[in-house]
Each structure stands twice: as C-alpha cells, then as structure tokens.
Design a binder for this molecule. Sequence first.
Ligand code: FAD
Length: 378
Amino acid sequence: MESYESVVIGAGQAGLSASYHLNRLGVRHVVLDAEPRPGGAWQHRWDSLTMHDVHGVADLPDGLAPGGSGERANLAVPSWFGSYETSHDLPVVRPVRVTSVTEVGGLLAVHSADGRTWLTRTLVNATGTWTRPFVPRYPGAETFLGEQVHTHDYPGASHFRGKRVLVVGGGASAVQFLGELAPVTSVLWVTRREPVWRSDFDASRGREAVAMVAERVEAGLPPASVVSVTGLSLRPQEQVAAGLGVYERRRPMFTRIEPYGVRWSGPLADGEAAYEPVDAILWATGFRPAVTHLAPLRLRSEHGGIPLLRGSADVQTAVTAAYDPRVQLVGYGPSASTIGASRAGRAAALAVQRQVSEGPAISRRDRPRTSAPASAGP
Ligand code: FAD
C-alpha cells in the first residue's frame, strides 16, 4: 500500500489546480482520475459545443486557457489539460475509479474499483458532477414511448430532426439546446420556475451569485449550481431560435408524462393546451456532486449537504469539510465553475500543507454532531 501526504481524486480543472499548488508547496501526493485520458468532464461535452459557445474557461495556475474559437471544446480543453499535466509534471495516475474513502488508524484509505488502496493523511476531492446526471421524477415517465435523453448524452441537433422535442430545464444548457434545435425541428420548452433573464451581468453580480451558493453550503444545504443563480442570456448563436419565439413560448412544468406526450392539470394560460404530443424529452436538468465515495467519512449535515468552512473573505476558497478538516472539496458548491475550481485548488493545497505540518488532524468524531458553524477557520 502506498502512503502519501495527500491524495487528490479527479484531474479536471479543480484537481489539476490543486496538484499544481501541492507540487509548489512540496506536498507528496498523487492524483487519481477515473478517465483513461486527460480532459476531466470536458472530454464528454457534445460535439457541437465549441470554445466560442462556452461561457468562458478560466486559466489554470501558470497555464493559459485556450481562447474562444470554432474548435470543439471536447478536443481543445482535453488537449490543454494533457499538455498542462506534462509540462507541470503532475503525478496523475489513470484510469483509477475511487469507490470509497475510509478511515484506517488515523489515516484515510482511498479504495479503487480495481482493488487498490492508497493511504493518505489528507484528501482533496475534485470529482466534479458529470458522472451524476440528475433527472427529476415525474409520474408516468416510465410509460413514455419516445426517447428520453439527458444533457450528459446529448447527441446533437441533427439527431432530433423531424421529431417534436420537449426541452426541460431552466439553465444555460437548455437555452443552448433550444438555440440549436429550434432552427431544425419543432421544440417546446418547460421550466420549473420562470426563467430569470439577465441584461446587466457584471463581476459584482457574479460575486453575489457565488456568495449565495456559498451561504447554502456553509449552512450544510446541498449546493445549487453557480451557473443556475447567475441568470440566463441569449447570445448571437441563439438569435435564430429567439426569432422563432421558442424562449417566449416557455411553459411551466407538466404534471405527468404519458406514452406519447405530456399533460398539465390545473389552470392554463390563454392558448395553452392541456396536452402536448412529443417524440423526445431532453432533460437539461443538471447534475449532482459526485461524492458518494466519501459517504463512509460522514461529512454531510442533517440538511443533506457537505458543509464547508469559510477560510477567508473569498467565498470560492471555502474548501475545508467542516466535519473533517483533512478533507478539502474543490469544484464543489461555490467553486463549481472553472474560475472557482482554479482558485479553490490553491486554497486546498494551503489547507493540506497546514494539516501536514501541524500533525494529526481533528477528525469528525472529535467534533459535535450538530450542523456546521456558520463561519470559522479550519
Ligand atoms: P470535472 O471536469 O468533472 O473533473 C472531475 C474529474 O474527476 C473527472 O476526470 C472524473 O472522471 C474524475 N472523477 C469523478 N469521480 C471519480 C472517482 N470516483 N474516482 C476517480 N476519478 C473521478 N464552467 C465555466 O466556468 N465555464 C463554462 O463555460 C462552463 N460550461 C459548462 C458546460 C457544461 C455542459 C457543464 C455541465 C458545466 C460547465 N461549466 C462551465 C462548469 C465547469 O465545467 C465545471 O465547474 C468545472 O469544469 C469542473 O471542474 P472539476 O475539476 O470540478 O470537474
């Protein structure tokens, strides 16, 4: 069994940033990543998503991100990550899928699907969300005879040509899918809440949105996505769909799914039908944090989220698990964006260095089993 001062799980933006800073601080560590090649979740984004379409990929420390271009994001970012790993000599081991992390004699034991174990004094969890697509439950979903696809498996607009597609979800992905689909096929959009369109988005609104997510996480609630609280906007790529009126014809969520369509019960707005036939449902309903392997460490609060301690005024650097300061979560909650992940990597590496130099850490069992303190240093 190999023993380390730190193990990083995940080699996306968050894990690479953490590893870069751990190297600089001289912390002996290894990065375990489930994918056979570099790229984190970006290697799985749909083919039509170009660097010009993404909302902006932040730099890694000492590594300039590829700029906006017509190149596919699922090629450009993985190629950048690959060069970054090599040029900064990051100790990434793959493919290693971590199945659980347990406590063994005061150390953490990281177990993989192929039966290997790494012992470590500290852990940086950087596993993102891509492996946990979320589809809400609606009555009758199992009776639907058409196709149901989640963002995770979006096959591109041409796949849906000639079909009537129901796009579900009020986030940036839904807006992009409608932009691609409306010019080639018939679409209908439903969201749980009235979409919030932003016209005056600037850095301070961005900070407010991240602070809202941070507050939830500090209170031990499951994190909302950062992108979901920044509001929506239409880019030049969505103007054809906007001209076709698809964003204006948005409807509230249906009540049930039937074999050939969806049905609303209750009052309807003028001109709205109680039933709409659809051939495909595209669930653009987001993802959940991929943290099930951390369950044995009992990091969750009674509210269902993993509370993090706020380390400084910068909420994106809240990374330390309130119930076990040996564990840092990066790319989680307020740092679940590329810029947040890059910043959180540094905060996590500094917290790890503190833990390693200060000796045995306090584990959850030494802490009261109440919800996390609202604000405190590790
Ligand atoms: P990932 O990139 O998901 O990396 C996690 C890594 O951990 C993966 O390699 C995965 O294989 C590995 N892993 C997971 N589980 C395990 C395990 N059990 N064992 C071992 N390895 C594991 N943010 C922006 O700032 N700008 C954007 O334009 C933008 N566009 C987005 C578009 C989409 C469709 C989505 C879903 C998100 C987007 N985001 C964007 C959010 C952004 O992509 C993420 O916040 C950020 O890239 C996440 O980086 P990460 O390192 O946390 O996760």
